[in-house]
Design a protein around this ligand. Structure first.
Ligand SMILES: [Cu+2]
Length: 429
């Protein structure tokens, strides 16, 4: 994990928001449009202009810098084709913003006047809709209804004053099925005016997106309606999804949005949480109740909050089990209980070394190093301290640690289990 200064240096000069560059770009009609190539989470953005806020951390992503101009906070999004590593071993050709899919998180503060420039470098027109934000109808971004679509090569400006705080997202409302199937989306977080309000120790966010990418290919199929094969958080799959870190007894928020075509029951092990905010606003405390799974419907956002009161490595995942699998598992027949020895004998005459699998379940596949087509991922993968984790897709680990101090974003490694606290084999001899 790098600190923000290293991140700014590493990500290229366009990101440097030092006073020199601000002075230069203040003369320009458009603010800089920084891009990001790194796929690991960047530490929270610390505002250097405008009102203070406690920044969010976006899994495997980053927050977009801005400039202030005559009292307006100005951002610049560039819609463009990008390449996204979904996990080591697989790169997808997607559409996104500023070098990545999803686009950078936009963070601002209730009361801010914001102007977002959108430059279209796609081969077709686009728009951006600001999901959940109360704004003038002409800024709402539905192509044809609220504005003409932004043609390729053109730049449009959206401007509005933020009248609320909470958890939102942005995505196109133009050729929507194609543009969202290609990965165009981003998180939009509006912080409360008073940074002490709704304050947490760590604030995470991510969006769920589903893709249909045939193993061995790189480009998402755009006409798929339901049969997606890659289930992502911020266009990443396990084991490529960042772990969430928490110091013992810290208050943690996780903001999640769903832009797939099905719902996702998100389950966190080891502790209980409450839904504290939706894309409609903050939930009054008296109206919250404890949960360990929250179902997030299509087009919804949910921010859950919890006290990280249990040290350990805790799974956090979608509870639809086929959403914690990667693409190589989808066309495998169910062979449980089928004795394949005879088949294997005949097959081995033709294909020496060929393996059959699945007669005792599919767990073997988590360990097996199978030859894969170029550019895809095994269906179950990831390695823990006790062996294969046998997961893919929408799965990651929440690491709660006693010795993790505020502001430390370094991965502490696997949990060191106190002696006598791990499930053990019973001696029956
Ligand atoms: Cu799911």
């Amino acid at each position: 994990m790098t600190n923000r200064r290293q991140f700014l240096q590493g990500a290229g000069a366009a990101l440097a928001l030092g006073s020199g560059l601000v002075a230069k770009s203040a003369l320009a009609a458009l603010p800089e449009a920084p891009t990001m190539q790194l796929t690991n989470m960047q530490p929270p953005l610390e505002p250097d202009t405008g009102p203070w806020f406690n920044g969010v951390v976006t899994l495997n992503s980053w927050s977009l810098p801005w400039r202030m101009k005559n009292g307006w906070k100005e951002f610049h999004l560039v819609a463009e084709a990008v390449e996204r590593e979904m996990a080591p071993g697989m790169v997808a050709r997607l559409w996104g913003y500023n070098g990545q899919s999803p686009g950078p998180t936009i963070e601002c503060v209730e009361g801010d006047k914001i102007r977002i420039f959108v430059t279209n470098r796609l081969p077709e027109h686009t728009t951006i809709h600001w999901h959940g934000i109360f704004l003038p109808a002409g800024m709402d971004g539905v192509g044809g209804l609220n504005q003409p679509q932004i043609p390729p090569g053109k730049t449009y400006a959206y401007e509005f004053e933020l009248k609320q705080s909470g958890t939102f997202m942005y995505h196109p409302h133009a050729d929507e099925m194609v543009q969202m199937a290609m990965g165009m989306m981003g998180s939009l977080v509006v912080h409360p005016k008073n940074p002490e309000e709704h304050k947490v120790d760590r604030d995470y966010c991510f969006l769920m997106a589903a893709y249909d990418i045939e193993p061995g290919t790189m480009t998402a199929r755009i006409n798929t309606m339901l049969d997606f094969n890659i289930w992502t958080w911020n266009s990443r799959v396990f084991p490529g999804i960042d772990h969430l870190l928490a110091g013992l007894d810290e208050r943690i928020r996780v903001r999640m949005g769903n832009l797939t075509m099905t719902n996702h029951p998100i389950h966190i092990h080891g502790l209980k949480f409450e839904v504290a905010c939706t894309d409609g606003g903050w939930v009054p405390e008296a109206a919250r109740w404890p949960e360990v799974t929250v179902d997030i419907a299509i087009g919804q956002m949910r921010a859950v909050e919890f006290i990280a009161d249990a040290p350990g490595d805790w799974a956090m995942h979608c509870h639809k089990s086929h959403h914690t699998m990667n693409p190589m598992g989808h066309d495998v027949p169910n062979m449980i209980g089928v004795d394949q020895r005879q088949v294997l004998k005949s097959l081995n005459k033709l294909l020496p070394g060929y393996m059959v699998m699945g007669e005792r379940g599919m767990a073997d596949m988590g360990e097996m190093v199978m030859p894969l087509p170029r550019n895809t991922l095994p269906m179950m993968t990831g390695e823990g301290q006790f062996g294969p984790i046998e997961m893919g897709g929408m799965f990651t680990v929440l690491k709660v640690r006693e010795d993790l101090v505020a502001g430390d974003w370094n991965d502490p490694g696997w949990y060191d289990y106190p002696e006598g606290t791990v499930s053990y084999e019973v001696d029956l001899s």
